[in-house]
Write a protein that binds this ligand. Structure first.
Ligand code: GLN
Length: 249
């Protein structure tokens, strides 16, 4: 068995896969398999037994444009690009930032959302600006751009990596860590649910979320880009945007 096959077997065996939606059709070409990590509100999260959120609505609209049926698999965030590259899923839609490192293994669609990393600290924290993070214990989500940023730029930081942002927030609340670095919208979501946490202004650069597609699947990349432009033109993108986000005046 070739190394790549072994790697993909190991990958599929280690994934905690939840398949949502109807997969009854026998024609595989009509199914668009999307991978996500449903712990990133409001882009993807679990409501009851369903995976919902902005990315799910967007992917459903794209599937509709493509005449396909969306099937969603919930997996660890840091396994998503591998799953795309190995063909386990067709696309990853997971608030995933288009980064040069990821472009080594997957293609990205046009961007569909602009974001930023944010710093969350307790209201009474001594951390007031990004520089105060030096030598602190910082919680991040494993394999995310927040993890990359903290690891590369914050001197002396003790970085604690969590599978889910909510677990990092729990440790911040119980004082095990000093700060959490996470994307802006989930940050607002997590902080809104607590009355003792705040978000700090920060100078981190903007990031662009995009859909990851296998490198060899250039046709799907084109189809998805076409669908994205159609949805931006016909107002359907704006409809879901308004459903999940406050308008910036
Ligand atoms: N935007 C971040 C990244 O791409 C975090 C995404 C996520 O946790 N779902 O790394």
């Amino acid at each position: 068995m070739r190394l790549k096959n072994i790697a993909s077997l190991l990958l599929s065996a280690s994934l905690a896969i939840t398949i949502v939606g109807c997969g009854a059709s026998s024609d595989d070409s009509t199914i668009l398999k999307m991978g996500t990590n449903a712990a990133f509100p409001p882009f993807e999260y679990i409501e009851g037994t369903e995976i919902v959120g902005f990315d799910v609505d967007l992917a459903n609209l794209i599937a509709e444009e493509l005449g396909m049926e969306l099937e969603i698999m919930d997996m660890e965030f840091n396994t998503l690009t591998g799953a795309v590259a190995n063909g386990i899923i067709d696309i990853a839609v997971a608030g995933m930032t288009n980064t040069p490192e990821r472009r080594d293994s997957v293609n990205f669609s046009e961007g569909y959302f602009t974001s930023k990393q944010m710093i969350i600290v307790p209201d009474d924290s001594d951390i007031k600006v990004t520089d105060d993070l030096t030598d602190q214990t910082i919680g991040v989500q494993l394999g995310t751009t927040g993890d990359q940023f903290a690891s590369m730029y914050i001197e002396g930081a003790d970085i604690v990596r969590f599978d889910k942002g909510a677990l990092a927030i729990a440790d911040l609340l119980n004082g095990t860590i000093d700060a959490v670095i996470i994307d802006a919208e989930p940050a607002k979501n997590f902080v809104a649910a607590q009355d003792s946490l705040q978000i700090l202004e920060n100078p981190f650069v903007e990031e662009e979320y995009a859909i990851a597609i296998a490198k060899e699947n250039t046709e799907l990349t084109e189809q998805i880009n076409d669908a994205l432009s159609t949805l931006k033109e016909n107002g359907k993108y704006d409809e879901i945007f308004d459903k999940y986000f406050e308008k910036v005046e």
